[in-house]
Design a protein around this ligand. Structure first.
Ligand SMILES: Nc1ncnc2c1ncn2[C@@H]1O[C@H](COP(=O)(O)OP(=O)(O)OP(=O)(O)O)[C@@H](O)[C@H]1O
Ligand SMILES: [Mg+2]
Length: 281
């Protein structure tokens, strides 16, 4: 199937990955190409067979349960649903955004990162690779290295000063960089959307007016703009280094406006050899 291609976007929260992925999908669809947008979140509640959906629901829930594992809120142990439907119907992801967290524990976020690997292995093997075998162009709006890395960084903040555990957090960072850089997980065309963290914050605030779970160090007990900036600057630094290592294209966004950024981004992406071959052929 010569037409298949796996395209994925990486970049800090709110920097415009979904915006670029949607523009690319529309452009390719308009050219008559078979496009599939695939994400772990998108599989959770779509009509799908029990395998892999049940596993993806359980693992999804567990990433949050572990992220907040052993934490307290207002002096009480945080008690989260054990059942995916209860989690979803109770809008727990939203509720966590507003819960003050104290006494967070480091092993939970680090374990959550390992659960991300399990879920993404299944997503790649059961959803992404089969679509590619059918000749489709798979677009993933966020390369899941992002979530995994942020869990490690939250865990690392919680072990700070404890040399033995800092070593484990560092080893996990190497592991996940190798994992997501391995061919079954690694996209054929990766695009890093890079730009000032403060712009991303501004855009997120005008979009939703709030920060979501995992957009700042909230799970480590530290919420807000400065916390967002600290977490995102650290991920941006690691993303740049990973993108270099993986040979990804870099789309730099600025404050010239949505349309001009999207146009420039599309020009860059459509000019990549992986896509030129498909569009031209
Ligand atoms: N170049 C731009 N100029 C102005 N606003 C932008 C630009 N790019 C994106 N935005 C706006 O910023 C907000 C966040 O964009 P988007 O959802 O695409 O980011 P994202 O990287 O996918 O975020 P997330 O990390 O949550 O998935 C949206 O409201 C979008 O319209
Ligand atoms: Mg997005």
């Amino acid at each position: 199937m010569s037409g298949s291609l796996y395209v994925s976007f990486l970049g800090v929260d709110g920097i415009g990955k979904t915006t670029m992925a949607t523009a690319l999908a529309q452009t390719l669809e308009a050219a008559g190409l078979p496009v599939r947008q695939i994400s772990w979140r998108g599989v959770l509640d779509a009509p799908a067979p029990a395998w892999p959906q049940d596993a993806l629901q359980q693992l999804w829930l567990e990433t949050f349960r572990l992220l907040y594992g052993g934490a307290r809120s207002r002096g009480e142990w945080l008690s989260l649903p054990r059942d995916y439907r209860e989690w979803r119907d109770g809008d727990w992801e939203r509720r966590l955004e507003e819960l003050p967290v104290e006494a967070a524990r480091p092993s939970g976020p680090l374990a959550a990162a390992l659960v991300e690997l399990a879920g993404n292995l299944i997503l790649a093997d059961e959803m992404i690779r089969p679509a590619l075998r059918q000749g489709e162009i798979v677009i993933q709006e966020t390369f899941p290295f992002k979530h995994t890395l942020k869990e490690i960084l939250i865990g690392r903040r919680l072990v700070s000063g404890n040399g033995e555990w800092e070593g484990v957090a560092k080893a996990l960072e190497t592991l996940v960089t190798d994992f997501f850089g391995s061919p079954p997980l690694r996209p054929d065309l990766g695009i890093l959307v890079d730009g000032p963290v403060d712009l991303a914050y501004e855009w997120r605030m005008s979009q939703t007016g709030r920060l979501s779970v995992l957009e700042d160090y909230g799970a480590a007990g530290d919420r807000g703009m400065e916390s967002f900036r600290a977490l995102q600057e650290e991920t941006a630094r690691i993303f740049r280094s990973a993108a270099r290592q993986w040979g990804w294209a870099v789309h730099r966004v600025d404050d010239s406006g949505l349309e001009s950024n999207v146009r420039r981004g599309l020009d860059l992406i459509l000019d990549q050899p992986q896509l030129r071959g498909i569009i031209g052929g």
